[in-house]
Design a protein around this ligand. Sequence first.
Ligand SMILES: [Fe+2]
Length: 350
Amino acid sequence: MEEAGLLAPLFRRQMEHCEVTADETVALVTDVQSKREFVGASFAAATDLGAEVFEVKVPEYGRNSVGADVSAGQGGTLRLPGGPVEACKAADMVFDFTLEGFIHVPERDAIRDADTRILRVGARQPFVLRRLMPWDDAEAQAVKERVQAAADRLASADEMRITSEYGTDVTMEVEPETAFDSYGFVDEPGKWDVWGQNMVSNYPTNVNGTIVIAPSDYNVVPFHDYYDAAVECVVEDGFITEINGDGGDAELMRGHMESYNDRDVFATSHFGWGLNPNGQFYNMAIHDRKPDETGVSASEGRVWEGNMLWSTGPNTHQDRYTNCHYDIAQKGCTITLDGEPVVTDGQVVE
Ligand SMILES: [Fe+2]
């Protein structure tokens, strides 16, 4: 496979950021939709580094998934069978090449608890992977330090407040032990991350207020689309209680969420902000809105610098597992931590 040969240096560079060594074992978790050239390049790169490498292929939708047709699309709710979980635990590092991803599921934590690190590869095209990742070591270190500083800042706060000119005004209690630094590679035992993802987030409690999704804000999952009309979400004690708006977007969101007949679908999940200056909110319009093609939508949507990314549904910290997960990235928001801005009108405060 010629393409795999050409991509081997890209995967080798990422494995070097992830500190894969000759005495390690790399597991590649795939499904039938995984890009074969990525898998081939990973075999070549790991072998080049002297590591052991194997592939484990799983069903595209987990056996336990309910409503798989609507949950699919990189919302991260793929359930892994027991055998593959054990295989991953035996490895030092796992690449997640599945279309949906195993993120908001207990199997991910079981693998991490075995000190195995996991890197999800959400993008489906090499140009997206390359654009979002650092190349040389100094660049990678700078990305890591910047994201970690932001995560430390988040974890040290008590209250997070988000406002926007469209009428968003929501407050929440930061949960420091759930704060995470996503710098796009995994160089520590048990770390989970996504290739090229630079962002910080946490799973706050006592979320109360109003979130107004504005026109051209970004539905990362499940719709992979921009909003045409404003949608107002009223949040009371961590649950969306009203979804209002005159346009079709409000009806679409309401109808889709209600179709699950599950109150947990309306819970709020993670809140944070994007830190990747190489990500742009408009790239989904230019390239593709389908995660099974370029994957711009799901990979880049979460991370463009200065976004306010919030989500709904699952929260493993509260043992809340549900198949519906919205990630919504909003432009032009102001985020304050205990009154101090970290993002002002969509611009990151350094
Ligand atoms: Fe999410």
